[in-house]
Design a protein around this ligand. Structure first.
Ligand code: FES
Length: 121
């Protein structure tokens, strides 16, 4: 079940700006594009540059390390196919920006295995 987590007040993230939000090891880049808020995974799929530190052109953010571009509305990589980042739903309520993140994965070892690499010794 997704969790809606408060990121900041609406007036703390000006249009054209971004900020990093972290929860349980998940790094989320939250953007304000002309008053619309969007959230994608902060780690660039090239070499993990921090997308919240990139520069914006419309809905495209360019990674500060080597310039790969991502659409902040969808997470789609505009530079190379199949290198998209995750996108997270955002809503604003009573002046606060919320990001919806999936539940963290269950603790390792308790769930049924996927069978990969298992042995029967
Ligand atoms: S780390 Fe993002 S373009 Fe290289």
């Amino acid at each position: 079940m997704p969790r809606d987590l408060p990121v900041c007040r609406v007036d703390e993230l000006a249009p054209g700006k971004a900020r990093l939000f972290e929860d349980g090891g998940v790094r989320v880049a939250v953007f304000n594009v002309g008053g619309e808020f969007h959230a994608i995974d902060d780690r660039c799929t090239h070499r993990e540059g921090s997308l919240n530190e990139g520069w914006m052109e419309g809905y495209l953010v360019s990674c500060p390390r080597h310039g790969w571009q991502f659409d902040v509305r969808t997470g789609v990589c505009a530079t190379l196919a199949n290198r998209d980042v995750a996108r997270y739903p955002v809503r604003c309520e009573e002046g606060t920006v919320f990001v919806s993140l999936p539940d963290p994965p269950a603790a390792e070892g308790g769930a049924a295995g996927d069978g990969v690499g298992s042995s029967s010794s």
